[in-house]
Design a protein around this ligand. Structure first.
Ligand code: SF4
Length: 299
């Protein structure tokens, strides 16, 4: 079966591969600082469930640092002045903080000519009308979207993982974001404790019916990471963890349930290897991606 991956989407839009720069707003999260809870979501690692980003630097320094790391992997035949990037604010809750500061940061990041887009990861209960209005009026020549960590539509699982908000909060945020013309990407975790494959498909089918159509989705394999509440639960009472072939199967079912135009931002997700407890097969990213792609191609 065919699906639109984020890299294909960006390549067709910009005519070249677009690379990700992991940046930090310096925000924390209300589910970790005591506003909602101190524990955070049970799967959330110390880094705030995001990719590594430099902290304690100003924006110029962060971009230079992230570019240095990314550029080391870009083929030399692509000249430095032709490279394109997406700024990723993924860790923690990136609209939870001083709004004037955050708005200025998001605006400034889009002023860098080499940055063609912006991704802001946040919680649906941390989006004020002012912030949505601001984001809705940002530079429309550039690509940007807001990412929401929904993980599941099932309230019992949401409680178990200590997500800290209920489904109507997501629905309200989705409505307000899309009314402002913003693109939304939703994160779903596959393999949460107590959820069957059918429960996961219910979540995906719910997302497939959203109006307007969901712009993007991140399908993420549940990783059990050291130092998390989930790791304690797993050690005390091991729950089912997907094998690679089972994971391919559930991802295939999710893709089939989604609208063709929804962009697949992720099929699995990376847990930092040094923190990974399970599933260990997920540490071999090349094997995982090759196996998944060949499985999906046969669907
Ligand atoms: S909302 Fe995000 S940053 Fe906050 S605890 Fe949950 S996963 Fe971690």
């Amino acid at each position: 079966m065919n699906y639109i991956s984020l890299s294909d989407y960006l390549k067709s839009k910009y005519g070249t591969k677009v690379y990700k720069l992991s940046l930090s707003t310096g925000c924390t999260c209300p589910n970790r600082d005591g506003t909602i809870s101190y524990g955070g979501c049970i799967f959330c690692s110390e880094g705030g469930s995001g990719d590594f980003a430099a902290t304690g630097m100003d924006l110029d320094e962060q971009i230079a640092y992230a570019r240095e790391k990314v550029d080391a992997k870009i083929p030399a035949k692509i000249p430095a002045n032709e490279r394109k990037y997406i700024a990723y604010f993924q860790s923690f809750t990136n609209t939870y903080g001083d709004e004037a500061y955050l708005m200025d940061l998001f605006k400034r990041v889009l002023d860098y000519p080499e940055i063609v887009g912006l991704s802001i990861g946040t919680r649906p209960d941390c989006l004020s009308d002012e912030m949505i209005d601001f984001l809705g009026n940002l530079n429309k020549d550039k690509e940007f979207w807001v990412e929401l960590g929904l993980q599941t539509i099932h309230e019992s699982t949401a409680k178990l993982i200590n997500r800290g908000y209920e489904l109507p909060v997501f629905e309200d945020a989705y409505k307000r974001l899309t009314n402002a013309g913003l693109k939304v990407v939703v994160h779903v975790i596959l393999g949460l404790p107590g959820e069957s494959d059918d429960d996961i498909i219910e979540t995906v089918k719910y997302l497939a019916k959203l109006n307007p159509t969901l712009f993007g989705i991140k399908l993420q394999l549940l990783h059990v990471l050291k130092g998390t509440k989930l790791a304690e639960m797993y050690e005390e009472n091991p729950f089912r963890i997907y094998e690679l072939d089972e994971y391919c199967e559930i991802v295939g079912r999710c893709l089939m349930a989604l609208p063709k135009e929804t962009i697949i931002h992720r099929l699995t997700g990376d847990g930092p290897k040094k923190l990974l407890i399970a599933p260990l097969w997920s540490g071999n990213k090349k094997l995982v991606m090759n196996t998944m792609r060949s499985y999906i191609a046969k669907l």
